[in-house]
Design a protein around this ligand. Structure first.
Ligand SMILES: Cc1cc2nc3c(=O)[nH]c(=O)nc-3n(C[C@H](O)[C@H](O)[C@H](O)COP(=O)(O)OP(=O)(O)OC[C@H]3O[C@@H](n4cnc5c(N)ncnc54)[C@H](O)[C@@H]3O)c2cc1C
Length: 349
């Protein structure tokens, strides 16, 4: 069974999927907190957890180790983000091979943002220039590996490769594309072999609902998972607006800023987020993908608000009995992590 089948069996209305985005810690001292967050989230039994990957490949090793730890040390299904911007085709093939060798079978294929300080930057001619090309390359590398070994082919048949892609309900504001152009792009990603899509964050249910309607009319048939950022922190909303171009919702930001009590501000943000989540689920969204920015509480409170777990499920007491002690893994005490700031999911989110 692959991810796209999850939650689609039985006679009752299937439960929407739940998934989280995590960003590998940038420094060793951030690792314990990161794994604590991961443990809390994994304890809610999500359908999968996705792990970001820097556009320049700066955190390739960290990303791979985090994925490996999740894959081998927890019951959760990890999805590895992969970017291709600025890398040669050979480099990208190496990274794919590395991840496949580590047992990873699920990927989120992305182009990645271009370097911020180079306005005239163009992708290399010999590179992998879009996520559509990356999806095709993933399928090609897998096919070549299967052709070279019947054992690999058999394992591939038992655990097929699943490839997700990103999609942009209001257009990709950082790239200057419109919704209609992104619908077309999503169709191309589907044709290249994508299994499902995860949306960029959005703050109005109509963004998601209208986008999905336009995508379906254009022949997009793959599931389109709603990506949500819990709206609890006005500073985070402003930073995400800077990174993605998606305007923070003014009325929510003003209401949050007017609330001096941190607990009341958090509760207010969760109420707005729950309302948005309820609207997209009611409109038929197959699940919620939560951009956590490595903070578990808001993600858990949002899930609890829509009756999809969270709350006690992410309680530390339940965690230790259900998941291994992740923080004791070799990764945390191993080689120091790169200290440079990678363009992570935030960049992306
Ligand atoms: C769910 C999700 C997860 C993400 N995770 C990551 C991650 O882990 N790491 C990371 O680095 N990024 C991440 N991103 C950001 C993503 O890589 C960028 O937004 C990327 O620029 C476009 O996404 P794509 O991969 O679908 O690109 P594509 O659809 O392949 O882009 C197609 C074309 O759009 C144009 N284009 C795209 N983006 C830009 C841009 N910013 N400026 C100018 N032109 C552009 C180019 O012409 C490009 O050829 C994520 C985004 C989402 C929605």
């Amino acid at each position: 069974m692959s991810i796209v089948d999850l939650g689609h069996f039985g006679h009752e209305a299937p439960r929407p999927t739940v998934s989280f985005e995590l960003m590998p810690p940038r420094r060793p001292d951030a690792a314990p907190k990161f794994w604590e967050t991961a443990r809390r989230l994994v304890a809610t039994s999500p359908d999968f957890v996705s792990v970001t990957y820097g556009a320049a490949g700066t955190d390739r090793e960290t990303s791979r180790r985090v994925i490996s730890q999740l894959l081998h040390g927890t019951p959760v299904l990890p999805i590895a983000h992969l970017t291709c911007v600025g890398a040669s085709r050979e480099d990208v093939e190496d990274v794919i091979t590395d991840f496949l060798d580590a047992g990873v079978r699920s990927f989120l294929a992305l182009r990645g943002d271009p370097p911020r300080d180079q306005p005239d930057w163009r992708p290399a001619e010999d590179g992998v220039r879009s996520s559509t090309e990356l999806v095709a390359l993933l399928r090609e590398v897998e096919a070549a590996r299967c052709a070279a070994s019947p054992s690999v082919a058999l394992r591939g048949a038992a655990r097929p490769l699943t490839i997700a892609v990103a999609t942009f309900p209001d257009g990709n504001l950082a790239a200057g594309t419109s919704r209609t152009q992104e619908v077309r792009r999503l169709w191309q990603k589907q044709q290249a072999g994508a299994d499902f899509a995860i949306t960029q964050l959005f703050y109005e249910a109509s963004s998601y609902i209208d986008f999905v309607a336009e995508a379906r009319a254009a022949g997009v048939t793959i599931p389109i998972l709603a990506g949500l950022l819990p709206m609890t922190d006005p500073a985070r909303l402003a930073r995400v607006e800077e990174l993605t171009g998606v305007p923070a919702p003014r009325r929510v930001v003003e209401a949050l800023e007017a609330e001096p009590d941190p607990a009341a501000r958090h509760a207010l943000g969760i109420r707005h987020s729950v309302e948005l989540a309820r609207q997209v689920l009611a409109a038929g969204a197959p699940g919620l993908h939560i951009y956590t920015f490595n903070k578990h509480q808001a993600a858990l409170d949002l899930l609890e608000g829509v009756d999809l777990g969270g709350g006690a499920a992410g309680d530390a007491s339940g965690v230790s009995s259900r998941t291994p002690d992740l923080a004791s893994g070799p990764w945390v005490s191993g080689t120091p992590l790169p200290s440079s700031e990678p363009a992570l999911g935030s960049a992306s989110v």
